[in-house]
Write a protein of this length. Structure first.
Length: 124
């Protein structure tokens, strides 16, 4: 924090000894140490609070971005569903105009056994 060399610290200690005297120097050193500890504790508290606030803001920003992605994805899915529904209606209308009946093909669990002969009918 402070850039003091050993020589500078010795000069400060010697001046303090001369000014305060040997009787008051230990009390003054304890008092100075107390204030340094309080200052460090306050600085640590402020730094910790600031880091927590920044982390909170980052989390809020991340949640907002996640919500926006979900909204965009939902919108895209709804658009795709609407397009598929429109295409299905168009297909239904075209097959109805052509006179083709709707076939219901059941879902099979095994491999297909019918073959297409090109006549529009399936042979077994």
């Amino acid at each position: 924090m402070f850039d003091f060399s050993l020589g500078e610290m010795l000069v400060v200690a010697l001046v303090a000894l001369v000014v305060l005297g040997p009787e008051r120097l230990p009390k003054a050193a304890r008092f100075a140490g107390l204030w340094v500890r309080r200052a460090r504790a306050q600085w640590h508290s402020v730094r910790t609070e600031l880091e927590q606030e920044l982390a909170s803001e980052e989390l809020k920003r991340s949640l907002q971005e996640g919500r926006q992605v979900l909204v965009d994805t939902r919108s895209q899915l709804q658009d795709s569903l609407h397009d598929a529904h429109s295409h299905l209606q168009e297909l239904s209308e075209h097959t109805g105009e052509a006179g083709i009946e709707h076939m219901h093909v059941p879902a099979s669990t095994g491999p297909a056994t019918r073959t297409d002969t090109g006549t529009g009918k399936y042979d077994d």
